[in-house]
Write a protein that binds this ligand. Structure first.
Ligand code: F6P
Length: 400
């Protein structure tokens, strides 16, 4: 039982990340899978110059022939690998036109093909993916701006000829950000179909470190929100966090846009020249509206009705001109989806806040809504979370 999986999708839509996930999900089940990437083969065969936008111009006949040559060679490599004992060969390329997909089906008649199309319409994520692409070796001799312009032109060429899967015999269309299946032309007699569908649609979190910022002046005074700095103890906690993570790779660190979150992440950075630090407003602490900057005791004394209403229903309570936990859910879920996508499902850290981290945890745990605002979120411990098909880990680790 052998299968070709052909990825489909415009550049920077998350195809390679999904291809890797399919490969490791299958491998974990003892099914041998390998990825055959057109882009890597292109760089190997034709060097960095082939990264220029004109190489992807559909009217450039010479480049077109070279691209077809790459596709053919990649198909041959995939077939040879299956002949030698592999189970699932994943062809990672845009495969964005009906002609290209017809060619794939015609050439690879020896085994069935499943087309897996990746779509992603979030402009922020597209932007982040494009930024990441400009770090490819083929852009090494360009400025960042030149690389961006070049890649955007390449994208426009692809878009000018792209069509979604529809007529092919068996396909799945995946929202690459939400990890959910949008549509499919299923074929239950296809080998590994059910396993692949399960891998595609399951949440995948590989080493998420969820940290709360260190102690602040406001924490000492019991005040809400604001943008206070860390105390000396908070800065010490941040240093200890950095020392604790020495030697652990963290390609991406996400913070909120607040000072306390950025200051907690800062000591991690000097020893990590390649780490990308990204502030995201989705991770800003719950907005306490008219109560921002107040002490809990002030609210009790000056706004007793508000205080009591919150005590009665902490999850549903909306601060006047502010937010509730229930409202946080959507924006935090959007932030988490974006962070996981940007990190390419690799290791990442989020330095959040009390209510934010409670909400993030609630997105993974089967918790009653009413319990969410009471989860313990200390400032000297973090949550280490891994969720793959085979491994579910929730661990609280002390670092200070
Ligand atoms: O006290 C720190 C803090 O992060 C505040 O800024 C925020 O309003 C509060 O925690 C959220 O926790 P709770 O919902 O328990 O008040």
């Amino acid at each position: 039982m052998k299968l070709y999986v052909a990825m489909v999708g415009l550049p920077a839509r998350g195809k390679s990340t999904l291809a890797k996930r399919i490969r490791s999900g299958l491998e974990q089940q003892g099914i041998h899978a390998a990825i055959f990437n057109n882009g890597e083969l292109r760089r190997m065969l034709f060097g960095p110059e082939s990264g220029s936008a004109e190489f992807f111009n559909p009217d450039n006949q010479r480049a077109r022939r070279l691209r077809e040559q790459i596709t053919r060679q990649n198909m041959e490599r995939a077939r040879a690998w299956l002949d030698e004992g592999g189970d699932v060969a994943i062809i990672d390329a845009t495969n964005g036109t009906v002609e290209q997909r017809t060619e794939l089906s015609a050439t690879l008649q020896d085994r069935p093909i499943l087309f897996v199309e990746c779509v992603n319409d979030d402009p922020l994520l597209l932007d982040a993916s494009i930024q990441r692409k400009t770090r490819l070796p083929e852009f090494a001799n360009m400025t960042q701006q030149e690389a961006l312009d070049n890649f955007r032109r390449r994208l426009a060429y692809y878009e000018s000829v792209y069509t979604s899967v529809r007529k092919e015999r068996c396909w799945i269309r995946v929202d690459a950000v939400d990890s959910c299946i949008q549509d499919e032309a299923p074929s239950n007699d296809l080998p590994y179909y059910a396993a692949i569908r399960d891998i595609i649609s399951s949440r995948w979190v590989q080493d998420l470190y969820l940290v709360r910022h260190g102690e602040t002046e406001y924490n000492l005074e019991g005040r809400l929100g604001g943008d206070p700095p860390l105390t000396a103890k908070g800065m010490e906690q941040a240093e200890k966090l950095a020392a604790h993570f020495e030697g652990i790779e963290l390609p991406y660190i996400f913070t909120s846009t607040k000072l306390r979150s950025a200051s907690t992440a800062r000591p991690l950075m000097p020893s990590r020249p390649n780490t990308i630090l990204r502030p995201m407003s989705e991770f800003d602490e719950i907005n306490a509206g008219d109560c921002e900057g107040m002490r809990y005791s002030d609210i009790r004394d000056m706004k007793p009705l508000e205080y009591e209403a919150r005590a009665r229903n902490k999850y549903g309570y909306i601060y006047p001109n502010g937010e509730s936990y229930a409202m946080l859910k959507d924006r935090v879920a959007r932030g988490l989806r974006r962070a996981l996508f940007i990190a390419g499902e690799g290791t990442l850290m989020i330095v959040g806040h009390q209510a934010i981290n409670r909400t993030i945890l609630s997105l993974f745990l089967f918790q009653r809504a009413g319990d969410v605002p009471y989860t313990y979120i200390p400032q000297n411990q973090y949550y280490h979370i891994t969720i793959t098909q085979r491994r579910k880990l929730f661990e609280m680790v002390r670092y200070a």
